[in-house]
Design a protein around this ligand. Structure first.
Ligand code: GLU
Length: 302
């Protein structure tokens, strides 16, 4: 497995020059686009890493998985899906169009409108410190902290997310303080993780919510089933269909360059590569995930 990961990393590196770092959040634009790392954590407790798997970067949209997990655990399925849909949007992650014109509520929890709506009803019951603690436990990573520089940078360039949040308020989806909801959403996007933390989270999801190392149950089994399904259909922005065909695994990416993925009942996978394609997915990360899935025959319908 170790040799295989190193070969996959080398092939991934060839794709790096074809992408670029996200720059709509200026602090993300300052990341080294050449960083690339992968970590695989298998159910029998073995961990394999190659490249920059220990470099910290911000979780960005992958926090939407943690957000959804907290919401389903705290408020239950019916409440969450009375506020947010479960359909792929086919639009960019930060689009306002479909929300305004075709739907009275966000398409799914993996796009900004859905995650901001969820943050709004989480915020009175789980504050940032509690969400940080929850994230650390799910990622088996006590070193996760708030990246203040990225958080400040996003806060001062949040016009689009602020527009989404106020549109949600106008539609009656957000009933709590809009600015506080937005602040919680942005802080969660600014948590610093590694490819290893994502592989840890992936393994917990792959194992139905149980930490296989300690045997502790962290999430209910039916909550995890919903999360994995929504990751599969909506996790890679408007590239989710392509990823489902070529990779065939539940996955969620973030504009910080991370990808969280898993092979059910087998392994968690974490990737970091901040050079992104036009849809906001790590360009080399997707290639590495495709190769890993192909070589280990992990595709759900292999
Ligand atoms: N914090 C980013 C935003 O709201 C997250 C986007 C992403 O990773 O897709 O724009």
């Amino acid at each position: 497995m170790q040799t295989r990961l190193e070969e996959i990393l080398e092939k991934g590196q060839e794709k790096v020059p074809y992408g670029k770092t996200a720059d709509y959040i200026p602090e993300l634009g300052r990341r080294d686009p050449n960083h690339l790392g992968i970590c695989v954590f298998t159910k029998d407790g073995k961990k394999y890493q190659a490249g920059d798997s220990q470099i910290r970067f911000t979780i960005q949209s992958i926090s939407k998985v943690i957000n959804l997990a907290a919401a389903l655990e705290q408020r239950g399925f019916d409440y969450v899906f009375s506020k947010v849909g479960m359909e792929p949007s086919g639009e960019a992650f930060n689009s306002l169009v479909e929300l305004d014109l075709t739907s009275s509520y966000p398409f799914n929890p993996m796009i900004n409108s859905g995650a901001i709506a969820i943050a709004s009803f989480l915020q009175p019951i789980m504050d940032f410190e509690e969400m940080l603690d929850f994230s650390r436990r799910l990622c088996m990573d006590p070193e996760i902290t708030l990246d203040e520089a990225v958080c400040r940078s996003e806060m001062s360039h949040a016009s689009r997310n602020r527009a989404i949040a106020y549109l949600l308020e106008s539609k009656g989806i957000i009933e709590n303080d809009v600015e506080k909801s937005l602040q919680l959403y942005i802080k969660l996007c600014s948590l610093s993780v590694t490819a290893e933390s994502l592989a840890n989270l992936g393994l917990i999801l792959a194992c139905g919510g149980i930490n296989p190392v300690t045997g502790e149950r962290l999430l209910k089994e039916d909550v995890v089933r919903v999360i994995k399904t929504i990751m599969f259909t909506c996790g890679m922005y408007d590239g989710s269909g392509t990823s489902a065909v070529y990779v065939g695994l539940p996955a969620k990416s973030g504009v910080g360059g991370g990808i969280l993925s898993l092979a059910d009942k087998k392994m968690g996978i974490g990737i970091y590569g901040p050079s992104l394609d036009q849809k906001g997915n790590s360009i080399a990360g997707q290639e590495m995930l495709r190769l890993l899935s192909k070589e280990l025959k992990l595709h759900l319908f292999a």
